[in-house]
Every structure is written in structure tokens, then in C-alpha cells.
Design a protein around this ligand. Sequence first.
Ligand code: C5P
Length: 413
Amino acid sequence: MSSLVGQHIVLGITAGVAAYKTPALVRALRAASAEIQVVMSTNAKKFVTPTTLQAVSGQPVRDDLWDAKAEASMGHIELARWADQILIAPATANCIAALAQGQAYDLLTTICLATEAQVVVAPAMNQRMYLHAATQQNLSALERLGYQIIDPDHGEQACGEFGPGRLPDPEILIDALTTPTVDPEIASVFAGLSVMVTAGPTREAIDPVRFISNHSSGLQGLSLAEAALNAGAQVTLVAGPGVPACNPAINRVDVISATDMHTAVQNNLHGVHLFIGVAAVADYRVAKPAEQKIKKKPSDQSHLDLRLIENPDIIASVVDSDQELVVIGFAAETHDTLNHARDKRQRKGLHAIVVNDVSDARIGFNSPDNATTFITDNAEVSLPRQSKLAIANNLLQQITDNFGTELAGLKDS
Ligand code: C5P
């Protein structure tokens, strides 16, 4: 299971009675920190209003392929690219039939054809319609096309009949989104692989109440840890302060300072096959943090000197360990990004480095999105702006393509 923090979810709502339950679903998705774009079919608006959904999602609802104003801000193809996952809940028999045939007759069906994202379909309808051979055949066809189907609940229906066809509770639908399917090639490399990820900032104490730190949110490292877990790896996450909660199946070690992080990495390194240093580690720490709060100086002394000393380079210590493993670093740069990163990769002896331009506020530190370039000895692949989870999954693909054989060898040794 991975977290939905920062994930881009398109929620498609079609014309089933259960559409009245979708505002609660949107609220639950937002409580899981996902970003939601609601897309409604025309008839869905007979069951729930776009105004309600706009209020709970915080975004204007999209419902028309031909709405020039909405298309100008994010066209349907951009929306299809924006989505990390698409959830259709409730999905009517009609919508399921259209998707099974590859029809693109409205905004939602068009996005489903144009996307590379996982599409999760939650059928909800009268039990006879659900059990009809045509609907069952269409659902099987959708599964063959790679759609993920969530079985409806069984029980009393709005029409008074009893049987399968009720929309499951939001927790069940959200569970399906937190266990996305994994590319078989990536799964074959990551299954049973031992992966360590460092994430977030470090804090270097000045005195008991003040510290030196940086803007890292830890979201990119967390997304990588969860993507690796979802792909079958055993994951240790060494997390600096403020990194959001993660899946309990991850072995999480919380640390504060760079020296703590260094110790935690060294203590847990044994048997690790892949190390990914995403943390924004402070290069320096205060040589002698004060034991008591430093008082403001009298006004005739307008400066305060802090002596800084170098922190251990954690990733360099991993490269220098006797252990054979694949080591990947991150480089947050503000200018001449590629050259600095190429140089850093060589200097630190890393298998690969992932560079991002943190001077661009739309990506990088504290943003749900990122855009990076993956640099190895002989390849440079740029990954355009997308959510940090999508970047993480793309990085697993790059790692599989570039180091899959090496990692398989390390796993077997
Ligand atoms: O800070 P710098 O740009 O050199 O960081 C590049 C890489 O080195 C990152 O992967 C970061 O996690 C790692 N690093 C580290 N220990 C440090 C400084 C950086 O592991 N003291």
C-alpha cells in the first residue's frame, strides 16, 4: 500500500443513484492529501450537483469536452496526463460498455482512452443490470484491457431490490487506489530487493530552541520508498523531521540531525542492495551548540558568530563501505543544474544522480510536483513535471532499465 499524499486523482462520476455518496468520497480522498479533479457525466448531475462537488473538492468540476474556457486552462489530454490514477465511482452499465468498446463520447471516456494512468472502475447499479451477461462480459473485457475493477457490495438497493450493485464505502475505494498495479519488469527486479531511502531535511541545533535546516518536505523520498514497497521491495526509510507518515510495512527510522542520519544509515546498511539518498542533508552543523537558549546581545553588538563544521557525507560513506550495492543520489540545484549534477555524480562515485531545479517554485522543495533528469554514466533521461509519486515510479523504471541486471545479481549473491 502506498500513500495518496500529493497524488493527482481524477474522480469520474457517472449517473448511478450512488453518485449522491461521492461528496463523502471526495472528502475522504482530500483527507488522505490527494489532489482531486472531479469529472462528471451529463446525467450524473441529476443525482449530485457540480456545486456541491466543487465545494468539497476545491476545484471547478469538469463535465464538458467542449467547454472552451476549461479546456484552455487544462485541456482533456493534459488532464489525462495529469492523472496519477482515475477512479470511476459509481460506474454505470453504460459507462462500462463504452469503455469496453473504446468509445470516447464525452470528457470522462476520452480521458480514459488518452491516459497512461491506472483506471479503477467501481460498478454500481441495479443488481439485474450488474448481473446481466452483457455487463459481466464488458467488465471482463475491461480487466483484459488493464482496468482494475472493484466488486460492488451486496445488499438492499435504492430500487428496493436485493443483490450486488451497491457502491462500496470510501475506505474500500481508497484502498484500491493505494495498491496500484506494478509493471512486471519492475516487479521482477524489486521483489525481495532490500532498499534504503533517506528523505527530508536534517536539523542542526544552534541551541535548545533554534536550528539550521532547509525547505525539504521529504515527499519525494517518501514517494520513492512507497513505490519500491509497492513493487515488492523491503524498504528502510531514514526520515528527517517532518516527513509525512508512511505505510507501516516500511521500516522507518526517524532522525533529526545529519549525524543521526549517518548513524542510522550505517546501522541499517547491512544487506541493502539499493541505496537512494534523497535527503537534503545539511552540509554543515554548528560546532558547539549552546546548552541554553542564546540571549539577544546588547544593541552595541549587532552580530553573532556561529562556527560551522562539516557534516559527514552520508552517501559518500555508503559508496566507501565494503558492501557491494547500487547507490543513487539526488542533486537539488538552483543554477547550471545539469553540469553541477554530472560533476557531483562523478565526484561522489554514484551509479546515477537525479537532478531537480529547486529554483523553480512549481517543482521541488515543498511542492507536490517535481521534474527531474536521471543521469548515469552513459544516459540522461528527463522526466517532465508530474506528481512526486509518478516521478518515483518513473525512477523505478529507469533503475530497472539501467541497473536491473546488476541488482538481480546482488539479490542472488
Ligand atoms: O548536498 P549535495 O548536493 O552534495 O547532495 C547530493 C547527494 O548527496 C544527495 O543524494 C544527498 O542526499 C547526499 N548527501 C549526503 N550527505 C551529505 C550531503 C549530501 O548523503 N552530508
